[in-house]
Design a protein around this ligand. Structure first.
Ligand code: SF4
Length: 195
């Protein structure tokens, strides 16, 4: 997806906010955390949002267990290893609406640059050729890489796409506001680097 391309942000738009605050969960998979930083760039608007949403699971909060029922789930990053795949499926199962946030989630972006290469080549390049000390390919406690990196919708159904690297705080605010009010987000212009 190119920087100036027009992109649809939503494949469906219906969400019925739960009684009380809308429960929102976020997670980063294979990304750089920049999309979450862009979320924080909403600055004082976060205070307004806090009156309408409850962040029940996220790198932003201490809660480490994804609740069984969430209204809006937001995924940053692509699906690169078995753990990413498991977490994406868990989000899909437990979130009424699933949002792909940022180009890594939407189209694979930077993590998917390894896709033209064999997995062995990727491992050797990362852990043997580019390392001067203690060269070894890790196996203990490290989730196995998938053969290819996939966007989130390559593994589970996604309801809303927010492209950009990262999407701007304005874009995130507009779309999140629509979702928590039960509106269909309008198509947006792709934004890059917080523009
Ligand atoms: S889309 Fe860009 S900012 Fe977001 S996680 Fe990927 S590389 Fe980072």
């Amino acid at each position: 997806m190119t920087a100036q391309a027009e992109a649809a942000t939503a494949t469906q738009a219906s969400t019925q906010p739960a009684a009380g605050k809308v429960k929102v969960a976020t997670i980063w998979l294979d990304g750089c955390s920049g999309c979450h930083m862009s979320f924080l760039d909403m600055d004082e608007r976060l205070v307004e949002l806090a009156e309408k949403i409850e962040i029940v699971y996220s790198p932003f909060v201490d809660a480490k267990t994804l609740p069984s029922q969430v209204d809006v789930g937001i995924i940053e990053g692509s699906i690169s290893n078995e753990e990413d795949e498991h977490k994406a499926r868990l989000f899909r199962d437990r979130c009424k609406l699933l949002v792909s946030l940022g180009d890594c989630a939407v189209n694979g972006n930077v993590p998917a640059m390894r896709n033209p290469f064999k997995l062995e080549t990727v491992y050797e390049r990362a852990y043997l050729e580019n390392v001067n000390v203690n060269q070894q390919i890790p196996t203990d406690g490290v989730p196995a890489l998938l053969k290819t990196v996939r966007p989130v919708h390559g593994v589970v159904d996604v309801d809303v796409f927010i492209p950009g690297c990262p999407p701007s705080a304005d874009t995130i605010h507009t779309i999140l506001s629509d979702l928590i009010e039960g509106r269909t987000p309008e198509p947006i212009k792709v934004t890059r680097f917080g523009a």
